[in-house]
Design a protein around this ligand. Structure first.
Ligand code: A2P
Length: 303
């Protein structure tokens, strides 16, 4: 059986889930197909978001599977335009998914957008993420969310939030993979008992990661495993939840039948980001000072 990791509120989260951020055309149907395949193969953790525009497809796939709702760990996210209407944001997601509750509800991004203009609000405008978080805390009493957490929060964001929070976020979901190890943020989250979920855990399939020589050597030595299985084994070993996606059932299966790697192999994978130049070719170019993500600079994000 797939391992689970304990959360800071007594709940637990399956270590590997199916990520539903499908950025390709036809993505909505792709999400239904992927979730149907994933549930058949043995995934019991599905990660979606209002922003992915596929909650209805994900809900349909869950119903089509015939697997009881309470055996699936379902995650969705509060979108930026709903920071000022948190309860309503949740209700829309529940309705679209066709479920009574979600296991984990995440604030998708630290900053709100104006629901009318779509404009990103500045830190001195309202609601800020602390105000939004306080509204999310209220959701726990409704029984419609089992846990609450955040996503795309930097250490700086968390250092502002935590002293004002009644409930410590159960999870921070961030972009993380061996070439983007987020060491400082990861350590901070561990100290604060916040479980980290890695999105784009396979570096979006980038060859610099998937065909990395060190990973290939480890896979070859273990025999009969792929580099993706080594990467997934690295996540499990580190206690980091990972939510890879694949349109291909064989690769979906590969990603939950991860390689059981040794501490020595783990240390080798830990070291690959230190090779200069290598990581610059990946999406993390956005993480450089002055870098942009979806039109926001990292300074705006407070990173
Ligand atoms: P495909 O859908 O053709 O399998 P991430 O989850 O990090 O965003 O990565 C997703 C990308 O990685 C997709 O392009 C997917 O392509 C590819 N991918 C998923 N699983 C594997 C795997 N086991 N081996 C190689 N590539 C994979």
């Amino acid at each position: 059986a797939l391992p689970s990791f304990p959360l800071n509120n007594g709940e637990s989260i399956p270590a590997i889930g199916a990520g539903c951020w499908i950025s390709t055309p036809g993505g909505v149907d792709d999400a239904r197909e992927m979730v149907e395949n994933a549930l058949k193969i043995g995934y019991r953790h599905i990660d979606t978001a209002f922003a992915y525009q596929n909650e209805e497809s994900v809900g349909q796939a869950i119903r089509n599977s015939g697997i009881p709702r309470d055996q699936i760990y379902l995650v969705t996210k509060l979108y930026d335009i709903h920071h000022g209407s948190v309860q309503e944001g949740l209700e829309i997601s529940l309705k679209q998914l066709g479920v009574d509750y979600v296991d984990l509800y995440l604030m998708h991004w630290p900053q709100a957008r104006d629901p009318n203009t779509g404009k990103v609000l500045q830190p001195n405008e309202h609601p800020n993420f602390v105000e939004t978080w306080k509204a999310m805390e209220q959701l726990l009493d409704t029984g419609k969310v089992k846990s609450i957490g955040v996503s795309n929060f930097s250490r700086k964001n968390l250092e502002v939030l935590l002293p004002q929070a009644k409930v410590i976020p159960a999870v921070n979901q961030i972009e993380l993979h061996p070439l983007l190890p987020q060491l400082d943020l990861l350590e901070f989250c561990r100290e604060q008992k916040i479980v980290v979920t890695a999105y784009s855990p396979l570096g979006q399939g980038h060859p610099d990661l998937i065909t990395h020589a060190v990973l290939k050597d480890i896979a070859l030595r273990l025999g009969g495993v792929t580099t993706a299985q080594v990467i997934m084994g690295w996540f499990v070993k580190k206690g980091i939840v990972a939510i890879p996606k694949s349109s291909n059932p064989a690769r979906l299966r590969e990603n939950i039948t991860y390689a059981d790697i040794s501490a020595d192999d783990e240390a080798q994978v830990d070291a690959i980001h230190r090779v200069p130049g290598m990581h610059r070719t990946l999406l993390m170019k956005y993480h450089e000072p002055g870098g942009k993500l979806f039109g926001w600079t990292y300074e705006q994000l407070g990173w």
